[in-house]
Design a binder for this molecule. Structure first.
Ligand SMILES: NC(=O)c1ccc[n+]([C@@H]2O[C@H](COP(=O)([O-])OP(=O)(O)OC[C@H]3O[C@@H](n4cnc5c(N)ncnc54)[C@H](OP(=O)(O)O)[C@@H]3O)[C@@H](O)[C@H]2O)c1
Length: 251
């Protein structure tokens, strides 16, 4: 079982991360929260401090995480304030407008930067630290969208898929250093990211439910985790559909 006593959350103001942070604090964790929006980050830190005990460190750094030059400095600050790092959760992301991306190559690249390249930069820096310290867990929220390209969201899917493959390799590299790498693959989650979606139907999960699954997987050091679990079956079926049929489906 991995200890989650000292954790950094990148993208801490996301709905899923906020629920994860609250649950971690309730379990006694010290947290360093990284978020882009200063007002939202302040509000989150104030909320977490109210929930934390006197000895629990709760702090944070404001950063646009596509600014890769800041990554090393943020990790150093967090490590110093926490007194070491047991776990990391990378939770930020954006859901691109697929049609707008198709019309604008710069927007496509920007979305790949947010959802993938910046994450890979962070992972490369974190991996070397974790390899050196020989313990801990690194988790990233990827997506079921990364498991098969679909015409309705392949820019997002490609970015998440790149992260998932990167994590597969990283997991294999770090296992002998006693470091777990966890890929979280949620399905549909009711958060601001999906504000414009019709949320009727049984496939929608609440962010608190996904947060509990994230913490459980990080503690266990699971490899790839579908949240809720039934997405494992849905994706398995989706992957079996032959390409000549799949390309004609309106997914
Ligand atoms: N909701 C779903 O159905 C679903 C499904 C699968 C995977 N996911 C993934 O789950 C994660 C959390 O998303 P969510 O659903 O909780 O959505 P959310 O509440 O909309 O959170 C997205 C967060 O990402 C942050 N962010 C975006 N670009 C950033 C940047 N350049 N630098 C720093 N922070 C940045 C946003 O910050 P601001 O507040 O500043 O905008 C926001 O806090 C994401 O990786 C998402 O792709 C979500």
């Amino acid at each position: 079982m991995n200890s989650l006593k000292r954790v950094i959350i990148f993208g801490a103001t996301s709905a899923i991360a906020t629920h994860t942070a609250r649950q971690l604090v309730a379990q006694g964790a010290a947290l360093h929260c990284v978020g882009r929006n200063p007002e939202k980050l302040d509000a989150l830190i104030d909320d977490l401090k109210v929930r934390a005990g006197d000895s629990q460190y709760i702090g944070g750094t404001v950063a646009d995480l596509t600014d890769r030059m800041q990554h090393d400095c943020i990790i150093r600050i967090a490590e110093k304030n926490l007194g070491g790092i047991d776990g990391v959760l990378i939770a930020y992301g954006s859901l691109p407008d697929q049609l707008a991306c198709q019309a604008d190559a710069r927007l496509t690249i920007q979305e790949i930067e947010t959802n993938s390249l910046s994450v890979i930069n962070l992972l490369t820096l974190l991996a070397n630290r974790f390899e050196f310290q020989e313990h801990g867990v690194i988790a990233v929220i990827s997506s079921v969208a990364g498991d098969r390209g679909r015409k309705s969201n392949y820019v997002y899917g490609a970015a998440k898929g790149m992260v998932s493959i990167f994590l597969q390799g990283l997991r294999n590299r770090l296992v002998k250093f006693n470091v777990d790498v966890v890929t979280i693959k949620p399905g549909f989650v009711d958060t601001p990211m999906t504000a414009g979606f019709d949320k009727s139907g049984i496939l929608w999960a609440k962010p608190g439910q996904v947060a509990a699954g994230i913490i459980k997987s990080m503690k266990k050091g699971s490899g790839e985790v579908y949240l809720p679990w039934f997405w494992w079956g849905i994706i398995k079926v989706l992957k079996c559909i032959p390409d000549f049929i799949f390309k004609r489906m309106s997914l």
